[in-house]
Ligand binder design. Sequence first.
Ligand code: GTP
Ligand code: MG
Length: 372
Amino acid sequence: MSLQTEFRNILEKIKRDQGTHTKIAVVGQPGAGKSSIINALIGHKVARTGQGTDITRKAVRYRYEFLEIVDLPGYGTTMFPLSEWKEKFKIHQYDIIFFVFSGKLTKDDCDLFASIADYNKSGHIRPLLLIRNHCSDLASHEEREAIRRDIYAKLPEGLVGELYFVDCRYQNGIDEVRNEILNEKYKDFWQPRIIKKFEEARDEFLRTRKSKAMDSLSTYAKLACANGVNPFFGADIAADVAIYFKMFAAIKEDFDIEDNELEGRYCAYPLARKLLELMTKEGVIILLKNFGGKQVIKSFGKYIPVFGQAAAAALGYAMAKDAGESYVKNCAALAEQIMNDEIANYKLYGDLRGSSKQPICIESYKLYQLKE
Ligand SMILES: Nc1nc2c(ncn2[C@@H]2O[C@H](COP(=O)(O)OP(=O)(O)OP(=O)(O)O)[C@@H](O)[C@H]2O)c(=O)[nH]1
Ligand SMILES: [Mg+2]
């Protein structure tokens, strides 16, 4: 295991908690391309698409990372007149609304806008994204501007929505919605929920690992105590170095911190360098020197009968305990810093810490179709 694996495991656990999901409703007229947009955003054909109306006949929920994207049937059909559709699908329960359209706006669209404006009056404002699909049909800038003017004129007062042009066939504009909008613009929406849960899990991780590390420390401090009465003059420093090495390695392992992470991915952290320094003989000798007088007393004390031996043993124990405790503290502080940074840089789409422009790779994500 590595710290990064621990981080991912914590996230995986949180993902199973539906309470952390940000719910997105994808709404619009039949055939506007709602299901196609879900497929394009997720990067995988999960939702059924097709010509004709009522291709999607019930709310289908897809979980993607911390999002729950819900594909809804189109409204204004025989099967779903708008009033029944509103009653059945209750879009005020969602956090974000994607309104997808590809042709002329109808009276139903305007009625829906009015309902959303009404829901927002309760004070819970749901971001509204106006997504014009089939944008490759729009050759000129003027055509887009006309669409912009038309839809903004139809939004009731108080209802704000940003307009995006996408095309599912050619994937135009999808990256923008996926990366800039969901990853960045709405980060404040989904991230605080995860962070809250994450902090609890992180603290629990640190608490259990610290206590495990304190057990390792105690084992090695006892060995150092025994080495305090080592009768071979000059041998105890070498033995101490070996004991300290083992103690530090055990503590690191208790925190699932791997040397290759310290040397690679997390090398920019000053604490990572500090932990690595103590994995070298030179580093441990410097540490022992820093104990100064104590080490000297320990080396000579054992030649003073009874009291000297006891004092050397006690010193050996105290020094190892001091060094171990400070190592535990540094491991915990580094793990905490790394986890905090990982969560702050976490992106829904794209690799961890990777560029938001990276193409989506479905293999690295878990995708679930939730049961009705
Ligand atoms: N040319 C073109 N065709 C598209 C685009 N987006 C979707 N389509 C096609 O339009 C048809 C309808 O798309 P869907 O995604 O099923 O539409 P929908 O809004 O989910 O439809 P319902 O579920 O019936 O409400 C499908 O045949 C898609 O392949 C696009 O951007 N360009
Ligand atoms: Mg559909």
